[in-house]
Design a protein around this ligand. Structure first.
Ligand code: MIC
Ligand code: SF4
Length: 643
């Protein structure tokens, strides 16, 4: 029996487990990446583990999320990351150099290698045939120290692409179609592989748009084959030597096959407030819009922005619309500047932002009240834009640019003849904004610079024998990490200060949660389906940890968040019968007897609702390793104990 692309990479990197679906496999990690919003914590954790120099082939620290520097906190974080990177063997991509995923694809990614990143959109690297997975900061810290990264062996899904996209239909429309078919939880426990004749019609940046937004399916990752198109992209980046061919065996077996005829697709949008709420632009109709934002790790490549520039050329942005554009990397920005496309963008009235995440993570450009904003981004969760009632639609760069000109939802197919932008033979690369680490013999003399906002990792304690605490919060289905631990310009500067950031935990759902949880001392949270979807931010586990949350009981978890809870030493429990969700109300006194011994024995637990007298069976599926982590009170304690 042959192997799929992902199975081949997993097999080459397997350090423990066998590749049976659902069982835990440990993978050797070749490369890691961090960004600043998760990076400070990851490097504090790396320091706590105590390995002097990273053991990976390449680790890179990017600054891209929080670049506003509204106070000292942010600049202090950047300085901390720069100095800690220099000391411990990590490359540092300076603020202004671009969004981590875009830059990593351009300058560092290699087909066939494993990459974990403390950011959920790390699968962007799947566009060049990497096994690139989003993880919590602590997992990345452990991998930098040479430890394996563990996943439960995913099922394999093949998406067969046939035909060719019609004019003005773009890669974004392909991933929107996949989201429409599979939904935001359809990819949980799966790796999505793209294959078929249609793959040959897609450039690397287009493939990367698709694997990037595959994160919204809840998938472990997504991957494309590495072929001649990958080779020419890498050659254009001056990295042909990093290329290897990689494809699925002809007799590879997939658990699920989805067929998409590219020629049948039309321009689409993910409507508020979920990336899988997909409609065609035609269905939405010519509704008035207020804002357009182009950029983010999904759609800020050279090809994307060249198409946008061509659409805007010689025209003026509608008087009712604010158009903001953030190029994905310095390379992209520079090339647009040199070839004149930037002038076309500026001339049209677009507001050009620095190469960073910017509005995607709520760092400015929040829309007006109830404003309709078309964005080329990947997430439109409620409130993420910074405007609570903002109506965010996720669209392709072509749809975004066309609509910015007319002021209403506009199908780009109405623009006439398609602009054809070829991939350049050589990208204008220059790594002058990437700082290499100090050589090994000099690392001891590098001083790590810390600011007063940088506080240590919160205390965790080993698992108790019994848990006897109230339910401090009950929430519904599809709770995202943006609900649990919101981002944005006000809160992001607190990412290295867990006590301070905890004051904002769950305030989107219930503004009194932090004070209530603190008052209760210890408590349990109850939730519905797909709890913790979205970001990899471990702050969504560390803030509840700090606020005394001992366990989270839900109908189902999103993958990265579940691991983050385990890493923080918080019990991730699921209802054996989903309908038992109704048997707990906020404020009920709960008791879980003999937790420790039952976890040790791998048995189900029973939650006794002392307020109602009801007994509720819950499960906690753990491998031997994750059992030990939970018992030790989290991955940091476990790693320190186990060396
Ligand atoms: C996001 O898109 O939500 C983020 C901000 O990039 C996060 C990481 C973070 O919260 O720092 C992610 O996707 O993991
Ligand atoms: Fe940055 Fe947005 Fe991409 Fe997250 S999704 S890495 S915030 S651009």
């Amino acid at each position: 029996m042959g192997y799929t692309i992902a199975q081949k990479i997993i097999k080459n990197h397997l350090v423990s487990g066998d590749m049976t679906v659902g069982s835990e496999v440990g993978l050797k990690i070749d490369q890691t990446l961090t960004q600043d919003a998760t990076g400070t914590m990851a490097y504090l954790e790396f320091e706590a583990i105590g390995v002097p120099r990273v053991k990976t082939e390449r680790s890179v620290a990017y600054i891209d999320h929080n670049t506003l520097q509204t106070g000292f906190e942010n600049a202090d974080d950047h300085r901390f990351i720069q100095s800690v990177a220099k000391k411990h063997g990590i490359y540092f991509s300076r603020p202004g150099n671009g969004i981590c995923h875009q830059v990593h694809l351009e300058r560092f990614g290699k087909p066939g290698k494993t990459l974990i990143g403390s950011d959920s959109h790390t699968p962007t690297g799947g566009g060049i045939g990497m096994l690139a997975i989003g993880a919590g900061g602590l997992d990345v810290a452990v991998a930098m120290g040479g430890g394996a990264y563990y996943i439960s062996m995913p099922k394999m899904v093949r998406i067969n692409l046939t035909g060719k996209l019609r004019p003005w239909v773009s890669a974004k429309d392909i991933i929107l179609e996949v989201l429409r078919i599979m939904s935001v939880k359809g990819g949980v426990g799966k790796i999505i592989e793209y294959g078929g004749e249609g793959v040959k019609t897609l450039t690397v940046p287009e493939r990367a748009t698709i694997t990037n937004m595959g994160a919204e399916l809840g998938a472990t990752t997504s991957v494309f084959p590495s072929d001649e198109i990958t080779k020419s992209f890498m050659a254009a980046q001056g990295r042909e030597d990093d290329w290897t061919e990689l494809s699925a065996d002809a007799d590879a077996v997939y658990d699920e096959i989805i067929n998409i005829d590219l020629s049948s697709l039309v321009p689409m949008a993910a409507c508020p407030h979920s990336p899988d709420n997909v409609k065609t632009i035609e269905e939405i109709g010519p509704q008035k819009i207020d804002q357009v934002c182009i950029g983010s790790c999904t759609n800020s490549s050279y090809l994307d922005l060249m198409r946008v520039a061509a659409i805007l050329k010689g025209k003026t942005v509608s008087s009712n619309v604010s158009l903001a554009i953030a190029p994905g990397s310095k390379q992209v920005y520079n090339m647009l500047a040199r070839n004149g496309a930037l002038a076309d963008i500026i001339e049209s009235g677009a507001r050009v932002l620095e190469c960073a995440c910017g509005p995607c993570i709520g760092m400015g450009q929040s829309p007006n009240s109830a404003g309709i904003s078309l964005r080329t981004f990947n997430r439109n969760f409620e409130g993420r834009s910074g405007t609570r009632d903002g109506q965010i639609y996720l669209v392709s760069p072509e749809t975004a640019a066309a609509s910015a000109l007319t002021g209403v939802f506009t199908d780009p197919r109405t623009l006439g003849e398609e602009v054809n932008i070829p991939l350049p033979e050589k990208f204008e690369y220059n790594d002058n904004m990437i700082i290499a680490p100090a050589p090994e013999e000099e690392m001891d003399s590098v001083e790590v610079l810390r600011g007063p906002n940088i506080k240590p990792y919160p205390k965790t304690s080993p698992l108790e024998d019994n848990i006897d605490v109230p339910c401090s919060l009950k929430v519904g289905d599809n709770i995202t990490t943006d609900h649990i631990m919101p981002a944005g310009a006000k809160i992001l500067p607190l990412r290295s200060n867990i006590p301070a950031i905890s004051e904002h935990c769950f305030t989107v759902c219930d503004k009194d949660f932090p004070s209530r949880a603190k008052q209760l001392g210890s408590s349990i949270i109850v939730g519905g389906i797909n709890y913790g979807q979205g970001s990899s931010r471990e702050h969504a586990a560390l803030a509840p940890l700090y606020l005394g949350v001992k366990a989270v009981i839900v109908k189902s978890f999103a993958r990265i968040h579940r691991s983050n809870l385990i890493n923080a030493g918080i019990l991730p429990l699921t209802f054996v019968n989903e309908s038992d969700y109704d048997l707990i109300s906020q404020g009920d006194e709960l008791s879980i007897p003999n937790v420790k011994s039952l976890i040790e024995e791998g048995k189900n637990l029973v939650v006794i609702n002392k307020t109602t007298g009801k007994e509720i069976p819950v499960e906690c599926e753990l491998s031997d390793r994750t059992k030990d982590i939970i018992i030790a009170g989290g991955l940091l304690n476990y790693t320190k104990q186990n060396g």
